[in-house]
Design a binder for this molecule. Sequence first.
Ligand code: CP
Length: 330
Amino acid sequence: MTAPALGKDLTGLEHMTPEQIRLILDTAEPFKEVSERPIKKVPALRGKTIVNLFFEASTRTRISFEFAEKRLSADTVNVAATGSSVSKGETLVDTARNLEAMRIDMVVIRHPSSGAAEFLGDRIASNVINAGDGKHEHPTQALLDLLTIRDKHGKIEGLKVCLVGDVLHSRVARSNLWGLSKLGAEVAVCGPWTLMPRGIQELGVTVFGRIEEAIEWADVLNVLRLQLERMEKGFIPSLREYYRVFGVTPERLERSPKPITIMHPGPMNRGVEIDSRVADGPHSVILDQVTNGVAVRMAVLYLLAGGRAELADAAKRGGGGGGGAGGGSE
Ligand code: CP
């Protein structure tokens, strides 16, 4: 059974409604507590089989999905490109169809090609969740960012949030832009013009060319990783120069009229886009983002499996409410 509230797949935030985004954030709330228990398990997805198909490196997203699945009592299998028949030339769809022949229910996919998650979702019956596709979207990262902002500030509407750095290569930036603007935040970007997508102003965001201006304006800075692996030479003169001009440092933040919440999706290039004293400082919520990632992914899995938001609290207590798989406590 698929929840009509979200549809079959979660491939991005661009085509989601504000109500659907709020539904995920609200459903994540009761799931936060499950990770604080001595026995971190509820039966909401018992009997469901989920495949994590990761064709690109990942620490946070892959492990966070795996924890979310296990804490909901799903059976999980991890598949990486190396070591699978993808390395012998098998196509993505053939791989997924072979997995479906073994009766799976959901696929979580990270892939270097933009659009891979939607492509797969259109071709298989299982629910597909995008865990990052090329430069396109990373929806669960943006959802956990939204939840973290809401936790810290009590709201998202009206907040000034600036995405700093390598916007051009960032799927996190794209998903954040959609999510933040749909929930009523004021959104800005800041970075060298070589790392800004063409036509960014047409999305209705403010563009800052100087980090000092962004710091003066923002309530929240979401500092993006400089994606060196996606760059050819020539985007920035050097890492040292980037840090000198755009690095988020305590000296720059001290000039802000108010404390600014500091976020980063990870992995961080310390001393390049962000100074360690800021990353580990009092206004950083970087590890809270990671903690919230598990609850947000539990909410996404639960809703796509047919769980009802109003029953998430009951599911968490072991009282059912999952996608037909609930009932009985563990
Ligand atoms: N934020 C994020 O996607 O991190 P990983 O690449 O480690 O999953």
